[in-house]
Ligand binder design. Structure first.
Ligand code: ADP
Ligand code: ADP
Length: 228
């Protein structure tokens, strides 16, 4: 059944463009969905609304059956968001960083769960390192660990590989593949077709605030004339 239900969503920014126009989509548990579109298409606006950071001008969003307007506290427990920008406390250790974030969500301490998260992101050996000591790829993985710290059902990755080099992009793809094996539901935004193709089960193409199509990858790649 659908963990995310988006119904006729629209967003008109005050003094800005109509960033979303009547977008509807459902996402099932365990799915990996890529929202593919050029800069300014409305991808960040869409995930920011689902994550409760931006208020829509029309439509509804349910997360795990909870309406984000009326039942935000329940909905937010189910969501983890990895922002585009790297925002880490440089002098904090990796373990403390994820503990702290888990606390912000009001979740009870659970170091055994956090160990599992850090291990699956290959960060366990670095648990006592300060975040400033980490490589760019590791910092990105710490952001993912923070977003998973309260054991959410859905993980949002906003342009996980924007502005990173090829090696780091491949590393992120492997991380997503590991999360897939762990059964995490993932919604990511990207402007690279190759990346959507590499990571997602289903691809939604968005432009000028409109969801142009949403199809299983195999079907979509068929239409682009590729073989898989
Ligand atoms: P994408 O993530 O696909 O690049 P965005 O959702 O960031 O697209 O932006 C969609 C459109 O809304 C763009 O034209 C952008 O300039 C505009 N926009 C985004 N955020 C704001 C804001 N806070 N105020 C006004 N306009 C905004
Ligand atoms: P301020 O707003 O005064 O900068 P915060 O309320 O953001 O402080 O943080 C309070 C304490 O928690 C500070 O000691 C800060 O170093 C630490 N802290 C803030 N954010 C994080 C984080 N993401 N991970 C670990 N520690 C954090």
């Amino acid at each position: 059944s659908a963990i995310i239900e988006v119904d006729h969503l629209s967003k008109q920014y005050a003094n800005g463009p109509r960033a979303l126009d009547d977008v509807s989509l459902n996402i099932d548990e365990g799915e990996i969905v890529a929202l593919l579109g050029p800069n300014g298409a409305g991808k960040t606006t869409l995930i920011s609304i689902i994550c409760g950071l931006v208020v829509p001008t029309g439509g509804t969003v349910r997360v795990g059956g909870h309406d984000i307007r009326t039942d935000w506290r329940a909905a937010r427990k189910l969501i983890g968001l990895v922002p585009q920008e790297i925002t880490l406390e440089p002098f904090e250790t990796v373990m403390n960083t994820v503990r702290f974030t888990r606390g912000l969500y009001g979740a009870a301490p659970d170091d055994a769960y956090l160990e599992k998260v850090l291990r699956s992101l290959s960060l366990w050996e670095k648990r006592d390192a300060q975040t400033r000591e980490l490589s760019g790829g590791m910092k990105r993985r710490v952001l993912i660990a923070k977003a998973l710290s309260h054991n959410p059902k859905v993980l949002f990755l906003d342009e996980p590989t924007a502005g990173v080099d090829v090696a780091l992009r491949r590393e992120m793809w492997q991380v997503v593949d590991q999360l897939r094996r762990d059964g995490v539901t993932i919604i990511l935004t990207t402007h690279y077709l190759e990346e959507a193709e590499e990571m997602a089960d289903r691809i939604g193409v968005i432009n000028h605030g409109t969801l142009l199509l949403m199809k299983p990858k195999a079907e979509l790649m068929g239409e682009f004339g590729k073989k898989h």
